[in-house]
Design a protein around this ligand. Structure first.
Ligand SMILES: [Zn+2]
Length: 213
C-alpha cells in the first residue's frame, strides 16, 4: 500500500483546477450531486479515494479519483507545453476576400501567391503569417454563425513596425495618397513610439509605428 505522503502527492499532482472539478462532482444519496468537504485522501488499490462529508447535508460521501485523471497529464506534467511560443499566423475572416487581398497586396504591399477564386489567402509577412479566409466559407465549414463587428473593428489590430519615425510619416502619407481611411495620424506618444492607424476596407485597424527617432 502506498504511503500517505505518496497518495497526497499524487492527488496534489492534479493541480487545483482539476481537483476542484473532482471535489464539486461527488454523489450524495440525499442531494445527488454535491461538493465533498472535510475530506481525507486515502487509497483504494491503485486509485485515490476521497472520504469526507457532503457540503449540503453533512452525510458521509466518498469519491473515487479514477486513473484516467492521471493518464491525461492534467497535473504537473502539463507544464511540458506542446504549444510553441511563436505565434504562427493571424487569420482574418473576411466578407470580400478579393477586395481584401487586393488591398493588402496592392496598397499595403504584402506578397501573396493568391489567385482569384482560391478560398483562402496567405501573405508573406515574416515569422508570423497573415492569412485570410471567407466568413461564409468558415461558417459553412464549422456549421455555425458568428457575430461580426460593424464599422471600425476595435477588437484587434495588425501592427507593422517601421525602421524610424520618418518612415512612419512617409508610409502614412503614402497610404493617404492612395485613399486609405485614416484613423489616427502620426503622433509621438509619451512611451517613445511614433505611431499611426489606418483601416482596411472591412474596418480592421492597421498600426504603422516605430520606436526609433
Ligand atoms: Zn448531501
Amino acid at each position: 500500500m502506498a504511503s500517505k505522503k505518496a497518495i497526497t502527492d499524487k492527488w496534489n499532482s492534479l493541480g487545483e483546477i482539476v481537483q476542484s472539478k473532482i471535489l464539486s462532482n461527488v454523489f450524495c444519496s440525499n442531494c445527488t450531486v454535491t461538493t465533498i468537504v472535510d475530506y481525507d485522501v486515502t487509497s483504494s488499490k491503485n486509485d485515490i479515494l476521497l472520504k469526507g462529508k457532503c457540503k449540503k447535508c453533512g452525510k458521509d460521501v466518498a469519491r473515487l479519483v479514477e486513473w484516467e485523471w492521471f493518464e491525461h497529464d492534467y497535473g504537473q506534467k502539463k507544464q511540458q507545453k506542446i504549444i510553441p511560443k511563436n505565434l504562427q499566423a493571424i487569420g482574418l475572416f473576411v466578407t470580400n476576400l478579393e477586395e481584401m487581398v487586393t488591398f493588402y497586396r496592392d496598397i499595403i504591399g504584402l506578397e501573396t501567391n493568391w489567385k482569384k477564386g482560391e478560398p483562402n489567402a496567405e501573405f508573406q509577412t515574416g515569422e508570423c503569417k497573415l492569412i485570410m479566409y471567407g466568413r461564409k466559407d468558415f461558417e459553412k465549414m464549422t456549421s455555425q454563425e458568428y457575430g461580426y463587428p460593424k464599422g471600425n473593428n476595435g477588437t484587434m489590430e495588425i501592427a507593422f513596425e517601421m525602421k524610424t519615425y520618418d518612415d512612419v510619416d512617409k508610409e502614412y502619407r503614402r497610404l493617404m495618397d492612395l485613399g486609405v481611411k485614416s484613423i489616427f495620424s502620426p503622433t509621438t506618444m509619451e512611451w517613445g513610439q511614433r505611431t499611426s492607424y489606418v483601416a482596411d476596407p472591412e474596418g480592421n485597424l492597421i498600426e504603422i509605428g516605430s520606436f526609433v527617432k
